[in-house]
Design a protein around this ligand. Structure first.
Ligand code: B12
Ligand code: SF4
Length: 429
């Protein structure tokens, strides 16, 4: 089995393929597993051809993480890149080709058709890929699309209830990760749970991980962080949960377990302002948190309602001051151009960012068509971009990926040149 990680995006930083490493761990007891990561390869096609010739795999799993870049541009360019990789695999090998990963799971039919794969795994891959491989080795003809809850031929549906107990999963095979990720910024990724119970209008995280939250034991999470702390090259952790502090009690327990181990590593996570009070912020800081990313999204109560965000502006302000008091840096993301939003509301969002004065405020301009799982342009997009082009360069900590304001390869070069550790945004302001 050869698992190929197709992701070559290096912004805002290169991200080790944690999902691939989980799938590799699930497969290892049953087959020889190798991982080829194309992120740092100067010639990805040549690297792929060489590995296929050397390893002669029976099955190739192609991991498709991203459909968009950081400015949420049209996925066409990335899909063309993935299709070219599939072509190389087809030309150089007779292996069964299986697609998987977050990007694939959001558009399985379209990608199956474009890449001409044999099978696709929708959603989490540990159990589904194992069962698929076992069926293939028995000479059976498994369905084209499978998922963790529908391997047996039931219709595959993203977001359906999932049952895997996370504590029972084999830990990700980090020894198969390319060492260049840690060499870049020392950040290891760790997952404490899967799922998000909220229903924010544009967001597909709950579709990918389910609405039911499945948690790992806090003590196991803390043990994993403690083990990473003595792994050469690891200096920071990024908790990759959709939302770290939901449920709040789980987050608190993890923080206490980390504090009890002497806060082994500084860490960063996505959090919601909901329930993020002084007590939780202090517990997070005591457990090692040095920064959090908040999906604050918009600066008006009406906008929050339209986006079905589960918090109010008062929650945002309270969370921001709690984080400040605890010494945890805050990075707020704002999405501009949602359907129904006026230019006046856009200005009020910028005013909110001004008044919060966070470590970083990231502005994305997009609207997402949830049904089509596609991102479309906002109707007043050009006006919004003009406004941002005027305002953002003059505000410390304002980032606009689409306009390259405090974002781009220059930041990556700075991180490398200065040997900065941890997610780059921590240093950006
Ligand atoms: C944490 C995160 C980040 C962090 C990563 C930090 C770090 N050090 O790891 C940061 C903030 C840096 C980030 C950045 C970006 N991200 Co991001 N991120 C996530 C998030 C929340 C979790 C990813 C994760 O690690 N999951 C845990 C692992 C275990 O799950 P997994 O990778 O999905 O793997 C499982 C399955 O997909 C499957 N699987 C995976 N690979 C394979 C392969 C095969 C063969 C098979 C069969 C199965 C399989 O099995 C795995 C185990 O169950 C997801 C949303 C989500 N909730 O899934 C978005 C997500 C992956 N990101 C996304 C995007 C777009 C980006 C950015 C381009 C833009 C941005 N700023 O968000 C950048 C690109 C960064 C890069 N270099 O690639 C998209 C990708 C899809 C899309 N629409 O394009 C997602 C899905 C969010 C979204 N809908 O917008 N991200
Ligand atoms: S809380 Fe975050 S992850 Fe959950 S639905 Fe809302 S935006 Fe998505």
């Amino acid at each position: 089995m050869l698992l190929v990680s197709a992701n070559r995006e290096r912004l805002p930083q290169p991200v080790a393929p944690l999902g691939v490493l989980y799938v590799a761990a699930a497969l290892r007891p049953r087959c020889d597993v190798e991982v080829l990561d194309l992120c740092f390869e100067p010639d990805p096609h040549e690297a792929l051809r060489r590995r296929l010739a050397a390893s002669c795999p029976d099955v190739v799993g192609l991991a498709l993480r991203n459909l968009h870049d950081n400015a949420y541009r049209d996925p066409a360019a990335l899909v063309a890149e993935y299709a070219a990789l599939a072509e190389v695999i087809r030309a150089a090998s007779s292996a069964t080709l299986v697609l998987g990963g977050a990007g694939f799971s959001l558009q399985p039919e379209r990608l199956m058709a474009t890449l001409g794969a044999d099978h696709g795994v929708v959603g989490e891959g540990e159990r589904a890929m194992l069962e698929l491989v076992e069926a293939l080795s028995r000479g059976e003809r498994p369905p084209r699309l499978v998922s963790a809850d529908a391997v047996a031929g039931a219709p595959v549906r993203l977001g359906a209830a999932r049952g895997d107990v996370l504590d029972a999963l084999a830990p990700p095979l980090r020894d198969l990760a390319d060492p260049r990720y840690l060499a870049f910024d020392g950040t290891a990724n760790v997952q404490t749970k899967r799922g998000c119970p909220f229903t924010c209008a544009y967001c597909d995280y709950p579709d990918l991980e389910g609405r039911k939250v499945r948690k790992r034991s806090p003590s196991r999470v803390a043990d994993e962080v403690a083990a990473l702390a003595v792994t050469p090259g690891v200096s920071h952790v990024f908790f990759v949960d959709s939302v770290f502090n939901v449920p709040r009690s789980h987050a608190r327990e993890i923080c206490h377990e980390l504090a009890a181990r002497g806060a082994p590593l500084p860490w960063v996570a996505y959090v919601t302002p909901l329930g993020l009070d002084d007590e939780l912020a202090a517990a997070m800081a005591a457990g090692g948190s040095v920064g959090v990313e908040l999906g604050t999204d918009t600066g008006t109560e009406a906008g929050l309602l339209r986006l079905r965000k589960p918090f109010s502006l008062a929650d945002v302000r309270r969370a921001t001051s709690a984080l400040r008091a605890a010494g945890v840096r805050d990075c707020h993301t704002f999405v501009l151009g949602a359907e129904g939003e006026t230019l006046d509301e856009v200005r009020r969002t910028i005013d909110l960012a001004d008044s919060l004065d966070p470590a970083l405020a990231v502005f994305l301009v997009f609207t997402e068509d949830r049904e089509a799982r596609a991102v479309g342009p906002a109707s007043n997009r050009e006006q919004i971009l003009r406004l941002l082009a005027d305002v953002a360069p003059r505000r410390r900590g304002f980032v606009v990926p689409e306009l390259g304001v405090r974002f781009g390869p220059k930041i990556t070069r700075l991180v490398e040149a200065r040997g900065l550790r941890g997610p780059s945004w921590l240093h950006l302001r």
